[in-house]
Design a protein around this ligand. Structure first.
Ligand SMILES: Nc1ncnc2c1ncn2[C@@H]1O[C@H](COP(=O)(O)OP(=O)(O)OP(=O)(O)O)[C@@H](O)[C@H]1O
Length: 324
Protein backbone atom coordinates (compact mmCIF):
# COMPACT_ATOMS: atom_id res chain seq x y z
CA UNK A 1 0.00 0.00 0.00
CA UNK A 2 1.45 3.42 -0.85
CA UNK A 3 2.41 5.45 2.20
CA UNK A 4 0.51 8.67 2.90
CA UNK A 5 2.60 11.69 1.96
CA UNK A 6 4.82 13.29 4.57
CA UNK A 7 5.00 16.63 2.79
CA UNK A 8 1.91 18.10 1.14
CA UNK A 9 2.23 21.40 -0.72
CA UNK A 10 -0.87 22.82 -2.37
CA UNK A 11 -1.17 25.84 -4.56
CA UNK A 12 1.60 27.79 -2.89
CA UNK A 13 1.80 31.46 -3.84
CA UNK A 14 4.47 33.90 -2.69
CA UNK A 15 5.04 37.37 -4.12
CA UNK A 16 7.68 39.83 -3.00
CA UNK A 17 7.39 43.57 -3.31
CA UNK A 18 10.70 45.15 -4.17
CA UNK A 19 11.40 48.85 -4.24
CA UNK A 20 13.74 50.40 -6.71
CA UNK A 21 14.81 53.87 -7.68
CA UNK A 22 16.02 56.68 -5.47
CA UNK A 23 14.45 58.49 -2.58
CA UNK A 24 12.32 60.74 -4.76
CA UNK A 25 11.32 58.49 -7.58
CA UNK A 26 10.65 55.41 -5.60
CA UNK A 27 8.94 52.62 -7.49
CA UNK A 28 7.84 49.24 -6.37
CA UNK A 29 7.24 46.14 -8.37
CA UNK A 30 6.04 42.66 -7.56
CA UNK A 31 8.24 39.61 -7.99
CA UNK A 32 6.13 36.49 -8.37
CA UNK A 33 8.39 33.90 -6.76
CA UNK A 34 5.77 31.14 -6.49
CA UNK A 35 2.61 31.02 -8.59
CA UNK A 36 0.69 27.98 -7.42
CA UNK A 37 3.19 25.27 -6.60
CA UNK A 38 1.82 21.85 -5.61
CA UNK A 39 3.50 18.52 -4.90
CA UNK A 40 3.62 15.73 -2.34
CA UNK A 41 6.57 13.79 -1.00
CA UNK A 42 6.36 10.36 0.67
CA UNK A 43 8.45 9.42 3.73
CA UNK A 44 11.93 8.27 2.75
CA UNK A 45 11.83 9.72 -0.76
CA UNK A 46 14.86 11.60 -2.09
CA UNK A 47 13.50 14.26 -4.41
CA UNK A 48 15.54 16.65 -6.53
CA UNK A 49 14.23 20.19 -6.82
CA UNK A 50 15.71 21.90 -9.84
CA UNK A 51 15.10 24.95 -11.98
CA UNK A 52 16.91 27.95 -13.43
CA UNK A 53 18.11 30.86 -11.28
CA UNK A 54 15.25 32.72 -9.69
CA UNK A 55 12.76 29.89 -10.31
CA UNK A 56 11.48 29.85 -6.73
CA UNK A 57 13.40 26.92 -5.26
CA UNK A 58 14.87 28.62 -2.20
CA UNK A 59 11.57 30.37 -1.53
CA UNK A 60 9.85 26.97 -1.43
CA UNK A 61 12.47 25.55 0.93
CA UNK A 62 12.20 28.60 3.19
CA UNK A 63 8.43 28.15 3.40
CA UNK A 64 8.77 24.41 4.04
CA UNK A 65 11.22 25.06 6.83
CA UNK A 66 9.04 27.71 8.44
CA UNK A 67 11.27 30.73 7.72
CA UNK A 68 8.83 32.37 5.29
CA UNK A 69 5.04 32.61 5.29
CA UNK A 70 3.32 32.16 1.91
CA UNK A 71 0.67 34.60 0.61
CA UNK A 72 -1.70 31.69 0.05
CA UNK A 73 -1.75 27.95 -0.32
CA UNK A 74 -1.30 25.18 2.19
CA UNK A 75 1.68 23.23 3.47
CA UNK A 76 1.65 20.27 5.82
CA UNK A 77 4.89 18.65 6.87
CA UNK A 78 4.21 15.56 8.98
CA UNK A 79 0.85 17.16 9.70
CA UNK A 80 2.37 20.46 10.85
CA UNK A 81 2.03 23.90 9.32
CA UNK A 82 5.69 24.95 9.31
CA UNK A 83 5.34 28.70 10.01
CA UNK A 84 2.59 28.22 12.63
CA UNK A 85 4.25 25.50 14.66
CA UNK A 86 7.77 26.63 14.13
CA UNK A 87 9.34 25.23 17.28
CA UNK A 88 7.97 21.71 17.03
CA UNK A 89 8.61 21.84 13.30
CA UNK A 90 12.31 22.73 13.44
CA UNK A 91 12.84 19.93 15.94
CA UNK A 92 11.84 17.45 13.23
CA UNK A 93 13.65 18.88 10.23
CA UNK A 94 17.25 19.51 9.27
CA UNK A 95 18.25 22.29 6.90
CA UNK A 96 21.50 22.96 5.09
CA UNK A 97 21.87 26.08 2.97
CA UNK A 98 25.15 25.57 1.13
CA UNK A 99 25.70 29.30 0.79
CA UNK A 100 25.16 30.09 4.45
CA UNK A 101 26.43 28.56 7.66
CA UNK A 102 24.46 27.46 10.68
CA UNK A 103 27.69 27.15 12.65
CA UNK A 104 29.21 29.87 14.80
CA UNK A 105 32.07 31.26 12.74
CA UNK A 106 34.52 31.94 15.57
CA UNK A 107 33.78 28.88 17.69
CA UNK A 108 35.36 25.46 17.38
CA UNK A 109 33.05 23.02 15.60
CA UNK A 110 32.45 20.99 18.77
CA UNK A 111 31.20 24.09 20.61
CA UNK A 112 28.72 24.82 17.84
CA UNK A 113 27.51 21.26 18.17
CA UNK A 114 27.12 21.72 21.94
CA UNK A 115 25.09 24.90 21.40
CA UNK A 116 22.85 23.10 18.93
CA UNK A 117 22.26 20.38 21.51
CA UNK A 118 20.99 23.04 23.89
CA UNK A 119 18.87 24.79 21.28
CA UNK A 120 17.17 21.54 20.32
CA UNK A 121 17.12 20.31 23.93
CA UNK A 122 18.59 16.96 22.92
CA UNK A 123 19.30 14.65 25.91
CA UNK A 124 23.04 14.49 26.54
CA UNK A 125 23.46 10.75 26.05
CA UNK A 126 21.51 10.77 22.79
CA UNK A 127 23.51 13.75 21.56
CA UNK A 128 26.82 12.07 22.36
CA UNK A 129 25.76 8.95 20.51
CA UNK A 130 24.48 10.79 17.42
CA UNK A 131 27.52 13.07 17.32
CA UNK A 132 29.94 10.13 17.57
CA UNK A 133 28.20 8.37 14.68
CA UNK A 134 28.17 11.51 12.53
CA UNK A 135 31.80 12.33 13.32
CA UNK A 136 32.77 8.88 12.17
CA UNK A 137 30.74 8.68 8.95
CA UNK A 138 31.56 12.23 7.92
CA UNK A 139 35.19 11.88 9.01
CA UNK A 140 35.30 15.22 10.81
CA UNK A 141 37.02 14.09 14.03
CA UNK A 142 40.34 15.74 13.24
CA UNK A 143 38.96 19.27 13.14
CA UNK A 144 36.33 19.34 15.87
CA UNK A 145 38.46 21.77 17.86
CA UNK A 146 39.15 24.06 14.87
CA UNK A 147 37.21 27.33 14.60
CA UNK A 148 34.72 27.13 11.75
CA UNK A 149 36.27 30.06 9.89
CA UNK A 150 39.52 28.10 9.49
CA UNK A 151 37.88 25.13 7.79
CA UNK A 152 38.04 24.47 4.07
CA UNK A 153 34.70 24.56 2.28
CA UNK A 154 34.59 20.76 2.02
CA UNK A 155 35.37 20.35 5.73
CA UNK A 156 32.79 22.94 6.65
CA UNK A 157 30.09 21.35 4.52
CA UNK A 158 30.61 18.01 6.25
CA UNK A 159 30.27 19.82 9.59
CA UNK A 160 27.11 21.57 8.35
CA UNK A 161 25.61 18.18 7.48
CA UNK A 162 26.49 16.86 10.93
CA UNK A 163 25.02 19.99 12.56
CA UNK A 164 21.76 19.61 10.66
CA UNK A 165 21.38 15.99 11.80
CA UNK A 166 22.38 16.15 15.47
CA UNK A 167 18.75 16.27 16.59
CA UNK A 168 17.89 13.28 14.35
CA UNK A 169 15.41 14.98 12.04
CA UNK A 170 13.10 12.88 9.90
CA UNK A 171 13.30 15.29 6.96
CA UNK A 172 16.34 17.03 5.51
CA UNK A 173 16.19 20.09 3.25
CA UNK A 174 19.42 20.52 1.34
CA UNK A 175 19.90 23.71 -0.65
CA UNK A 176 22.99 23.48 -2.88
CA UNK A 177 24.96 21.23 -0.51
CA UNK A 178 27.78 20.58 -3.00
CA UNK A 179 28.22 24.10 -4.35
CA UNK A 180 31.89 25.02 -4.70
CA UNK A 181 33.16 21.66 -3.49
CA UNK A 182 35.95 19.74 -5.20
CA UNK A 183 35.15 16.41 -6.88
CA UNK A 184 36.16 14.26 -3.91
CA UNK A 185 34.18 16.30 -1.39
CA UNK A 186 31.15 16.21 -3.68
CA UNK A 187 31.34 12.43 -3.80
CA UNK A 188 31.66 12.27 0.00
CA UNK A 189 28.57 14.44 0.49
CA UNK A 190 26.55 12.45 -2.05
CA UNK A 191 27.55 9.14 -0.55
CA UNK A 192 26.64 10.35 2.91
CA UNK A 193 23.20 11.60 1.85
CA UNK A 194 22.48 8.38 -0.05
CA UNK A 195 23.33 6.32 3.02
CA UNK A 196 21.25 8.51 5.27
CA UNK A 197 18.19 7.98 3.10
CA UNK A 198 18.82 4.29 2.56
CA UNK A 199 19.74 3.27 6.09
CA UNK A 200 17.73 5.70 8.18
CA UNK A 201 14.80 6.46 5.90
CA UNK A 202 15.32 10.22 6.13
CA UNK A 203 13.25 12.12 3.56
CA UNK A 204 15.41 14.46 1.49
CA UNK A 205 14.45 17.44 -0.65
CA UNK A 206 17.57 18.41 -2.56
CA UNK A 207 17.89 21.72 -4.38
CA UNK A 208 20.84 21.84 -6.71
CA UNK A 209 22.18 23.01 -10.04
CA UNK A 210 24.50 20.01 -10.11
CA UNK A 211 22.97 17.31 -12.29
CA UNK A 212 25.47 14.76 -10.98
CA UNK A 213 23.92 15.28 -7.52
CA UNK A 214 20.53 14.56 -9.03
CA UNK A 215 21.66 11.51 -10.99
CA UNK A 216 23.46 10.08 -7.98
CA UNK A 217 20.70 10.63 -5.44
CA UNK A 218 17.22 11.32 -6.69
CA UNK A 219 14.62 8.82 -7.80
CA UNK A 220 12.36 11.70 -8.66
CA UNK A 221 12.87 15.24 -9.91
CA UNK A 222 10.62 18.26 -9.60
CA UNK A 223 11.36 20.98 -12.12
CA UNK A 224 10.25 24.51 -11.34
CA UNK A 225 10.52 27.67 -13.44
CA UNK A 226 8.94 31.09 -12.96
CA UNK A 227 7.13 29.85 -9.88
CA UNK A 228 5.41 26.94 -11.67
CA UNK A 229 6.11 23.22 -11.40
CA UNK A 230 6.88 22.15 -14.97
CA UNK A 231 7.61 18.50 -14.49
CA UNK A 232 7.50 15.85 -11.78
CA UNK A 233 8.83 12.34 -12.27
CA UNK A 234 11.95 10.24 -12.74
CA UNK A 235 14.92 11.86 -14.46
CA UNK A 236 14.59 9.38 -17.30
CA UNK A 237 11.01 10.47 -17.97
CA UNK A 238 12.18 14.08 -18.11
CA UNK A 239 14.86 13.11 -20.60
CA UNK A 240 12.29 11.42 -22.81
CA UNK A 241 9.92 14.32 -22.53
CA UNK A 242 12.57 16.66 -23.93
CA UNK A 243 14.03 14.52 -26.65
CA UNK A 244 14.47 11.01 -27.94
CA UNK A 245 17.81 12.04 -29.35
CA UNK A 246 20.78 9.76 -28.87
CA UNK A 247 24.39 10.33 -29.71
CA UNK A 248 26.68 8.19 -31.82
CA UNK A 249 30.33 8.98 -31.17
CA UNK A 250 32.73 7.68 -33.81
CA UNK A 251 36.49 7.81 -34.18
CA UNK A 252 37.81 8.03 -37.69
CA UNK A 253 40.70 9.53 -39.64
CA UNK A 254 38.41 10.07 -42.63
CA UNK A 255 35.88 12.68 -43.54
CA UNK A 256 32.20 11.98 -43.16
CA UNK A 257 30.08 10.94 -46.13
CA UNK A 258 26.77 12.77 -46.70
CA UNK A 259 24.60 11.93 -43.70
CA UNK A 260 21.12 10.35 -43.76
CA UNK A 261 18.27 12.77 -43.14
CA UNK A 262 17.72 13.65 -39.51
CA UNK A 263 21.33 12.93 -38.50
CA UNK A 264 23.42 15.94 -37.47
CA UNK A 265 27.05 16.55 -36.57
CA UNK A 266 26.99 17.92 -33.04
CA UNK A 267 30.71 18.30 -32.48
CA UNK A 268 34.09 17.37 -33.87
CA UNK A 269 37.07 17.01 -31.56
CA UNK A 270 40.16 15.85 -33.49
CA UNK A 271 39.26 12.46 -34.91
CA UNK A 272 36.21 12.07 -32.70
CA UNK A 273 32.87 13.05 -34.19
CA UNK A 274 29.57 13.18 -32.30
CA UNK A 275 26.40 12.64 -34.32
CA UNK A 276 22.87 13.22 -33.03
CA UNK A 277 20.05 11.04 -34.30
CA UNK A 278 16.52 9.92 -33.47
CA UNK A 279 16.54 6.13 -32.97
CA UNK A 280 12.86 5.92 -33.89
CA UNK A 281 13.52 7.40 -37.31
CA UNK A 282 16.76 5.57 -37.96
CA UNK A 283 17.95 2.56 -35.96
CA UNK A 284 21.49 2.83 -34.68
CA UNK A 285 22.52 -0.40 -36.46
CA UNK A 286 21.28 1.07 -39.75
CA UNK A 287 23.16 4.31 -39.17
CA UNK A 288 26.39 2.46 -38.40
CA UNK A 289 25.94 0.20 -41.41
CA UNK A 290 25.42 3.18 -43.73
CA UNK A 291 28.46 5.02 -42.41
CA UNK A 292 30.67 1.92 -42.59
CA UNK A 293 29.89 1.49 -46.28
CA UNK A 294 31.81 4.60 -47.16
CA UNK A 295 34.37 5.06 -44.39
CA UNK A 296 36.56 3.20 -41.92
CA UNK A 297 35.42 3.63 -38.32
CA UNK A 298 38.09 2.90 -35.74
CA UNK A 299 35.86 2.96 -32.69
CA UNK A 300 32.30 3.91 -31.82
CA UNK A 301 29.81 4.08 -28.99
CA UNK A 302 26.24 5.23 -28.46
CA UNK A 303 25.26 7.41 -25.54
CA UNK A 304 22.44 9.54 -24.18
CA UNK A 305 22.96 13.29 -24.37
CA UNK A 306 24.39 14.49 -21.04
CA UNK A 307 21.63 15.35 -18.62
CA UNK A 308 22.87 18.98 -18.41
CA UNK A 309 21.99 19.42 -22.07
CA UNK A 310 18.60 17.82 -21.62
CA UNK A 311 17.80 20.10 -18.69
CA UNK A 312 19.10 23.20 -20.45
CA UNK A 313 16.79 22.45 -23.39
CA UNK A 314 13.91 21.86 -21.02
CA UNK A 315 14.47 25.24 -19.38
CA UNK A 316 14.53 26.89 -22.80
CA UNK A 317 11.22 25.36 -23.85
CA UNK A 318 8.26 27.78 -23.80
CA UNK A 319 6.86 28.21 -20.32
CA UNK A 320 3.18 27.76 -19.53
CA UNK A 321 1.45 31.11 -19.68
CA UNK A 322 0.51 32.41 -16.27
CA UNK A 323 -3.15 32.89 -15.53
CA UNK A 324 -4.15 36.56 -15.91
N1 LIG B 1 13.37 38.40 0.09
C1 LIG B 1 13.12 38.64 -1.19
N2 LIG B 1 12.75 39.87 -1.61
C2 LIG B 1 12.47 40.11 -2.90
N3 LIG B 1 12.55 39.20 -3.88
C3 LIG B 1 12.93 37.96 -3.54
C4 LIG B 1 13.23 37.61 -2.19
N4 LIG B 1 13.56 36.30 -2.16
C5 LIG B 1 13.47 35.85 -3.42
N5 LIG B 1 13.09 36.85 -4.26
C6 LIG B 1 12.86 36.73 -5.71
O1 LIG B 1 11.97 35.65 -5.92
C7 LIG B 1 12.36 34.90 -7.07
C8 LIG B 1 12.61 33.46 -6.67
O2 LIG B 1 13.78 33.41 -5.86
P1 LIG B 1 14.41 32.08 -5.26
O3 LIG B 1 15.55 32.47 -4.40
O4 LIG B 1 13.33 31.26 -4.65
O5 LIG B 1 14.93 31.37 -6.58
P2 LIG B 1 15.85 30.06 -6.74
O6 LIG B 1 15.10 29.14 -7.63
O7 LIG B 1 16.26 29.55 -5.42
O8 LIG B 1 17.08 30.64 -7.54
P3 LIG B 1 18.68 30.31 -7.53
O9 LIG B 1 18.84 29.05 -8.33
O10 LIG B 1 19.24 31.48 -8.23
O11 LIG B 1 19.09 30.18 -6.11
C9 LIG B 1 13.56 35.61 -7.65
O12 LIG B 1 13.12 36.47 -8.66
C10 LIG B 1 14.13 36.38 -6.48
O13 LIG B 1 14.78 37.54 -6.91
Amino acid sequence: MPQPPQIVVENLVKHFTVSSGGFLRRQSRTVKALEGVSFTIAPGEVVGYIGPNGAGKSTTVKILSGILVPDSGTVLVSGRIPWRERQSHVAKIGVVFGQRSQLWWDLPVAESFALLREIYAVPEAQHAQTQAALVETLDIGSFLTTPVRQLSLGQRMRCELAASLLHRPEILFLDEPTIGLDAISKLAVREFVARLAREQGVTVLLTTHDMDDIEALCSRVLVIANGHVLSDGPLEALRQQVSRERWLVIETAQTLPPLPEGVAVLRTEGERITLGFDPERLAVAELIARLSQSMTIRDLFVQNPPIEEVIARFYQAPLPTAAP
